[in-house]
Design a protein around this ligand. Structure first.
Ligand SMILES: Cc1cc2nc3c(=O)[nH]c(=O)nc-3n(C[C@H](O)[C@H](O)[C@H](O)COP(=O)(O)O)c2cc1C
Length: 225
């Protein structure tokens, strides 16, 4: 049995001129008006290469990402996304795809677990854990479990992009059947989130958000208004 580790090589990381997390959180807004210049594809790869380090439940990374950048394909994608214009006008759209082949016996689970369980005993223990964890879940429940992980990936893509002064829009406003048809993937894959990326003017308006003291709640507490 082969045990392999993959490690992100920080020495190769080119993005040393990124905004701080604080700057990112203060400046990121959903962009609905991208300008027509294309992003450098290497930069898009770098954004996704960092985002793939996102956490996921049990480290299963139940995702795939599809990049669409051809203007005709972006138009097609926009139609699937309820004709939202920012999809047709963005530079690159990243479709985040959940996968539900996570049961014991499925090649993906076994390959994924093997990366960390570096002895046969650890591997067997992990498989017993997953056998119990997923035994009661049907395909749809497993897909929902996987889809939750994609939201973390989406947030990280948007924030990392903003760190490079790249605008973004996270989207779930699409016709699911049309998006599935466009992606044309096997049943174990389901497109769940679209993230549009591109150049655009920085947003100058403040965030509309509740204050921290309003969203903090105590155990058994009711809302203070
Ligand atoms: C899960 C999710 C789905 C979203 N779907 C869409 C969408 O389909 N179209 C869109 O224009 N914005 C979409 N948004 C963006 C939200 O409208 C936006 O984040 C929210 O209004 C706050 O604005 P801000 O991102 O500019 O701070 C989505 C955001 C999230 C997190």
């Amino acid at each position: 049995m082969e045990f392999r580790q993959t490690r992100y090589n920080a020495a190769n990381f080119k993005g040393d001129k990124m905004k701080s997390i604080k700057e990112v959180m203060l400046s990121r807004h959903s962009c609905r008006k991208f300008c027509s210049d294309k992003l450098n594809s290497e930069l898009v790869r770098e954004i996704l290469d960092l985002a793939r380090l996102s956490p996921s439940s049990c480290g299963l990374e139940p995702w795939r990402m599809m990049i669409i950048s051809d203007p005709c394909e972006l138009k097609e994608l926009s139609v699937a996304c309820n004709s939202q214009p920012q999809v047709a006008e963005c530079s690159h759209a990243v479709i985040l795809i959940a996968r539900n082949d996570l049961r014991v016996g499925e090649a993906y689970l076994e390959r994924t677990v093997r990366r960390r369980a570096n002895t046969p005993q650890k591997y067997e223990a992990a498989m017993n854990y997953f056998r119990a964890k997923f035994a009661g879940l049907d395909d749809e429940a497993l897909m929902n479990y996987a889809t939750k992980q994609l939201y973390i990936l989406a947030a990280n893509i948007a924030n990392i992009a903003e760190g490079f002064d790249v605008r973004s829009c996270i989207m779930t406003g699409f016709d699911a059947a049309a998006l599935e048809k466009l992606c044309a993937l096997e049943a174990k894959f389901r497109p769940a989130i679209v993230v549009a990326l591109g150049h655009g003017e920085p947003s100058k308006y403040p965030h509309t958000r509740y204050e921290l003291d309003e969203i903090l709640i105590s155990r058994g507490g009711s809302e203070k208004r």
